[in-house]
Design a protein around this ligand. Structure first.
Ligand code: PFF
Length: 453
């Protein structure tokens, strides 16, 4: 069976495919608003430390489990130890929760793309006012959501992912260059942006709280597609002669690099436009949509640059949503043996069921909150701050004390010498489980209002 599983060709094939899934709205939309909200430089520092230690460990573990078992999450955990197959099921829930609200944000991206293409960029440049008005309406955001979801579904149904990936291979480097260009332009020309650069890069330790770690950890899972079975699936297609450590390092550098750049584009600008006002910095999910049009507004050819920018963001978003939908489809297909077309329809149904309320939660249903969170924020919280840390914790305990780290280390050695054995052992046995328990407990207590951090 295993010999029939197709593999990524070449060394770079694996890294590119995994990076294509990893780089998405998490980097461009989610990272900057968290960095702005949780103290700028201190968030960046915590994120990088976690990425190097914890993120790296979890990524190599998941890839190794996938390559060792040649199965995706549910089957992989089951084949390693029947008692631990629950980890696979838990991981499988995550993409099912994320895909619907990811498509709502994807819809916002298309709306802004359409706005700039039709030359209405200046109307959007009123900061959060325009954005708030837009997401507060009932029908329009749902229509854009349906369009994004429909496009994702068409690609998955027709099986034309390869074509999209080809385009996105050109789009990705172009996006990096454009972000860099716009960021430098904004920092140089906008009054007060330099102060914002300092806020973004210089850690202010007085802004540190356990919530900084909670937010950074959730973001790490989300952005690197960890703790949701994705990297296990990618690993299952990876050839034995490729170094897992090297690949994980490349994916991490790529993913984190783009997130840091996106933050550099957005955080200093918000800081400058608001004079460092805490409420503006803490705007949350709408931050990118409120801020970018303001930057494009002060740029020559701002409408054109805005349009090109949002096209690229759209490609980054749709490659990720395709990989999310593919994952959900294969989970359901493996479990219920339904046809691919039928499964796609089921997945679309789930997305409508969870996505429409997520969108309405900003307008018609804004009085309806769960644990004080809007519906979209609730889905984001429950997946990133509860289920993913649980999956990661269970994985670490399983690997450290049941499977034993050696088993993973042996897999790492196959494609090259495992250089980080020592780090891996300590993180998987002690650091990660302790951190994860602290994070889980504090984020849950925080949302229940038991503690305030
Ligand atoms: N990592 C993606 C992002 O940062 O946008 C989100 C994601 C894509 C998660 C694909 C999971 C996945 F399968």
């Amino acid at each position: 069976m295993s010999s029939e599983r197709s593999s990524f060709t070449g060394k770079i094939g694996f890294v590119l495919a995994a990076a294509g899934s990893a780089v998405g709205l998490g980097n461009i939309w989610r990272f900057p608003y968290l960095a702005a909200k949780y103290g700028g430089g201190i968030f960046l520092l915590v994120y990088i430390v976690l990425a190097i230690t914890f993120g790296f460990t979890l990524m190599i573990t998941e890839i190794a489990i996938g390559r060792k078992t040649k199965l995706s999450a549910i089957g992989a955990y089951r084949s390693l130890n029947k008692k631990f197959s629950f980890i696979g099921y838990l991981a499988a829930i995550v993409p099912i929760i994320i895909l619907p609200y990811y498509s709502v944000i994807g819809g916002w991206v298309i709306k802004y793309l359409a706005g700039f293409v039709s030359g209405r960029g200046d109307a959007m440049a009123s900061g959060m006012t325009y954005f708030g008005g837009f997401i507060g309406t009932t029908v329009e955001p749902i229509l854009w959501f349906l369009l994004f979801l429909g496009l994702t579904a068409v690609v998955v149904l027709l099986g034309v992912e390869k074509g999209v990936e080809k385009v996105s291979k050109i789009m990705m480097p172009a996006l990096i260059a454009l972000i860099l260009f716009i960021a430098i332009y904004a920092i140089v020309t906008i009054d007060g942006a330099w102060e914002g650069v300092k806020y973004y890069f210089m850690p202010d330790f007085s802004k540190f709280s356990i919530m900084t770690v909670v937010a950074a950890m959730g973001q790490l899972f989300y952005s690197m597609s960890l703790a949701m079975g994705i990297m296990i699936t990618y690993g299952s297609y990876m050839k034995k002669d490729i170094s897992i450590e090297k690949s994980a390092k490349q994916i991490e550098i790529f993913d984190t690099g783009i997130a840091i750049l996106a933050g550099l584009l957005i955080v200093p600008a918000v800081y400058a436009f608001s004079g460092g006002d805490e409420a503006a910095l803490g705007a949350g999910p709408g931050l990118m949509f409120g801020t970018l049009p303001q930057i494009f507004d002060v740029m020559p050819f701002g409408d054109v640059i805005g349009a090109v920018f949002f096209i690229m963001v759209f490609f980054a978003a749709i490659t990720s949503s395709i990989s999310l939908m593919e994952t959900v489809v294969s989970i359901i297909q493996d479990r219920f043996h339904t046809s691919r077309r039928m499964t796609c329809l089921i997945v679309i149904g789930i997305c409508l069921l969870l996505g429409i309320p997520s969108s309405l939660g900003f307008g018609l249903w804004s009085n309806f909150t769960i644990l004080g969170l809007s519906i979209l924020d609730f889905f984001d919280f429950i997946s990133n701050n509860v289920i993913m840390p649980l999956v990661a914790l269970a994985t670490c305990i399983f690997v450290a004390f049941v499977l034993k780290p050696k088993s993973i280390e042996d897999e790492l050695e196959i494609g090259g010498k495992a250089k980080k054995r020592y780090l891996f052992n300590i993180v998987v046995k002690f650091i990660a489980p302790i951190c994860l328990i602290v994070i889980l407990v504090s984020s849950v207590l925080n949302v229940f209002g038991v503690i305030s951090i």
